[in-house]
Design a binder for this molecule. Structure first.
Ligand SMILES: Cc1cc2nc3c(=O)[nH]c(=O)nc-3n(C[C@H](O)[C@H](O)[C@H](O)COP(=O)(O)OP(=O)(O)OC[C@H]3O[C@@H](n4cnc5c(N)ncnc54)[C@H](O)[C@@H]3O)c2cc1C
Length: 368
């Protein structure tokens, strides 16, 4: 039996498991501390008044019923590269022949005075729950969202119907991943929903209920930090070679060591000298790619070509009914209701893919 360990059951981890679970004489151990697969791009919806975080988590015990997959429900802590074992927080030790490291990223929190004390980062379901617990929907609250990228814009738009929202971005415009025209559309739409937007100013300090910028300051009841992601410290400490930004140093196939691969947010994919944005779409593609690559190698076949993600689109919700972005490999800009509908469709397509991969028809159309 070939033992494969997958650390992290997110978009990349499940992509790899889906590609490997039917390979003969393979046993897969998924290590993940959570109760289920988190549909993270859907989490901003959970922040709306009637949203619920549990609607966006697929329980592992219902999803992974195949005999070839076992779950260690714990947090991986360290790896012994000589013995080829992973030690987890619950004391379990998992041996592996092949390893896929797909533990995602964590919020990047710069050393701004007061930030760690007063801000809520938003990266996963637990963060979303904490934010939801501090929101009072029947009473208007002042919400400050820091970070005008995809996550910050979606969160600001989702909260605007029920709260006074300020969105702060250090660069001179929102949504650097989109063209200028689409970003301006997003800005107008947010402003129409009542979001106050401040660009070109960095946060200098955070005090109890006050965020201080270079020129302005805003009072807040809830402060949400959506200011980027970084490699988790425990991954940096695994003893793998790292690049200049602290990412495990991977080749064009995701390989970081002998029969050891990364996928998802942990794989810094560079195409034509540009970093490919870390998204669920790329993570799922990378996980499947790495899983298929390992499957071929185990079966004695050649590895195939380097990873080159074909990004089908980039869609951002601006409120429950509107969106903005592009589809068809950058070819077609979309705005308004059509963009929001396409985004909902992309969520549905992902659930359909999971349902097919893991033979779970109930996943499609369900609210979980
Ligand atoms: C609010 C928000 C909105 C987003 N919206 C979009 C969007 O609309 N479209 C899009 O494409 N992308 C979006 N993204 C980005 C996307 O969610 C990530 O790029 C994607 O989830 C990365 O996939 P991953 O598999 O690398 O990590 P994840 O999906 O985060 O999965 C990582 C898994 O690893 C587990 N894990 C962590 N540490 C350990 C450990 N020590 N041991 C074992 N397991 C561990 C976690 O529990 C988790 O299950 C959004 C991100 C956020 C935060």
């Amino acid at each position: 039996m070939t033992e494969i360990a997958v650390i992290g059951g997110g978009y990349a981890g499940l992509g790899a498991i889906g590609a490997l679970q039917d390979v003969p004489h393979v046993h897969i151990t998924l290590i993940d501390p959570g109760t289920g697969h988190q549909l993270i791009p859907e989490l901003p919806e959970a922040l709306s008044r009637h949203g619920s975080v549990s609607n966006h988590i697929v329980p592992y015990d219902q999803l992974l019923e195949s005999a070839s997959v076992s779950l260690v429900n714990s947090r991986a802590m360290s790896i012994d590269w000589t013995l080829r074992t992973i030690s987890s927080a619950n004391g379990s030790v998992t041996a592996f022949d092949w390893l896929v490291l797909a533990a995602g990223s964590e919020p990047s929190l710069p050393p701004i005075p007061g930030l760690r004390e007063f801000a809520h980062p938003l990266r996963d379901a637990a963060d979303t729950l904490r934010i939801k617990e501090s929101l009072r929907y029947l009473k208007e609250q002042r919400i400050v969202v820091v970070g005008g990228g995809l996550t910050g814009v979606e969160v600001a738009g989702m909260l605007a119907p029920d709260h006074d929202v300020v969105l702060i971005e250090a660069a001179h415009r929102l949504l650097p991943a989109l063209g200028k025209g689409l970003a301006e559309y997003a800005l107008r739409r947010l402003q129409r929903s009542g979001v106050i937007t401040t660009v070109g100013q960095k946060v200098q300090a955070v005090e109890n209920q006050l965020v201080i910028l270079e020129r302005d300051h805003y009072g807040f009841d809830v402060l949400i930090w959506a200011g980027g992601i970084t490699v988790p410290t425990w991954v940096k400490n695994l003893g793998l070679p790292l690049d200049n930004r602290g990412y495990p140093l991977a080749d064009h196939y995701g390989k970081v060591g002998d029969q050891v691969y990364v996928a998802g947010d942990l794989w810094r994919v560079v195409v034509d000298d540009h970093d490919v944005a870390a998204t669920a779409q790329v993570a799922a593609l990378a996980g499947t790619y790495v899983g298929e690559l390992i499957a071929r190698k185990i079966q004695g076949e050649p590895g195939g070509s380097p990873f080159l993600p074909r990004i089908r689109g980039m869609l951002i919700s601006l409120d429950p009914g509107q969106g903005v972005g592009w589809v068809l490999h950058g070819g077609i800009p979309v705005r308004g209701m059509s963009a929001r509908t396409l985004k909902s469709l992309s969520f549905q397509q992902y659930r359909q893919k999971l349902a097919r991969r893991f033979n779970k028809p109930w996943l499609v159309g369900s609210n979980l």
